[in-house]
Write a protein that binds this ligand. Structure first.
Ligand SMILES: C[S@@+](CC[C@H](N)C(=O)[O-])C[C@H]1O[C@@H](n2cnc3c(N)ncnc32)[C@H](O)[C@@H]1O
Length: 309
């Protein structure tokens, strides 16, 4: 039951939510119900929340190519699938997919994130009455209701237990509902797990994000130049077809500097990043007894999954 102390229009901006059953109280601050206190959770999660909170406050742009990108991650789901559905998003970051979900006709969208990125997501979606942003942990979703559809893009592999996070998300989906997840794949990413991961774990994820923001421009120059001036123009030549990490580099060549910088920064800032083998990903779907499961290899470096419950 909410005790609201500040409204803006019909939006409750400041309030206290009190649960009669567990006798706990949760604040609504700046329009967002807060079910997690970052200063009072495990350090690995807190670090994840701090780093991503910083990332999405700075890289808050909404790129026109996000819809196409989102569809790639959601495959085989199409925009019409969202029409009239009550949707849960696990880990919304700056709310780029929350916005698209509402645009594609979802009846209601509840988007959850652990970090202060919820502030950005709230600002971007506050004009949409059917969108609700909540700060919460995917492992402890404060939601009784069940959803027609849940999705999670690029989040589960940043949690201490990706499979448990997936199961927690799936537990909020109705019978006959559906779920989608996109995760980093282990296959084809040995170079990242061998060479980049130790640097990410020991150095870049522990660094001041502002310093990383500037330092990450160095690898971005390499990725940006290679994608725009080598992979794209030579894509259909013999050389271009045999280049290292071709599918992914061609894929990101569509983005400009700002987005590529955000992608590079994102790969270096996360304290936790698991790379999931296909077999393990398949087991997640068995664990939730999903039907009609479709698993797709995306850019030959990540896994998209879809299933019905
Ligand atoms: C790489 S970002 C992806 C955000 C968004 N899905 C997107 O594609 O723009 C990962 C997000 O997962 C969130 N996250 C990490 N652990 C979480 C948890 N335990 N519960 C909820 N969100 C979490 C982070 O705060 C971050 O915003």
């Amino acid at each position: 039951m909410p005790y609201a102390s500040k409204y803006e229009g019909s939006e409750i901006m400041e309030a206290v939510l009190s649960c009669k059953k567990c006798l706990r109280e949760y604040k609504v601050k700046r329009g967002i119900p807060r079910f997690v206190d970052i200063s009072n959770i495990e350090e690995s999660k807190a670090q994840t929340a701090r780093n991503f909170g910083w990332e999405w406050a700075v890289f808050d742009q909404i790129d026109e190519k996000y819809e196409e990108q989102f569809l790639g991650w959601l495959q085989p789901v199409k925009p019409s699938f969202f029409e009239g559905k009550v949707v849960l998003e696990g880990g919304c970051g700056k709310g780029r997919h929350t916005l698209i979900t509402a645009k594609w006709g979802a009846k209601e969208v509840v988007a959850v994130d652990l970090s202060e990125a919820v502030e950005v997501a709230f600002e971007k979606t506050r004009h949409l009455p059917n969108v609700h942003i909540i700060q919460a942990d995917i492992f402890k979703l404060p939601l009784k209701r069940k959803f027609d559809y849940a999705f999670s893009i690029g989040v589960l592999h940043h949690t201490p237990s990706p499979k448990e996070a997936f199961i927690a998300l799936a537990s909020r989906v109705k019978e006959n509902g559906a779920i989608s997840a996109w995760v980093y794949g282990a296959e084809n990413n040995r170079w990242i797990t061998t060479f980049v991961n130790p640097i990410r774990k020991k150095i870049t994820s522990r660094m001041n994000p502002r310093l990383l923001y500037h330092l990450s421009k160095i690898p971005t120059v390499l990725v940006f130049s290679a994608s725009k001036f080598i992979y794209k123009p030579f894509a259909n030549t013999f050389l271009g077809k045999n280049l290292f990490y071709r599918d992914y580099m061609l894929y990101i060549s569509r983005f400009g500097w700002r987005e590529q910088h955000s992608i590079v920064f994102d790969h270096l800032v996360a304290p936790i990043a698991e790379y999931i083998p296909r077999e393990e990903f398949e087991n997640w779907w068995k664990a939730i007894n999903a039907k009609d499961v479709q698993i797709t290899w995306h850019n030959k470096n990540s896994w998209c999954g879809f299933g019905r419950l």
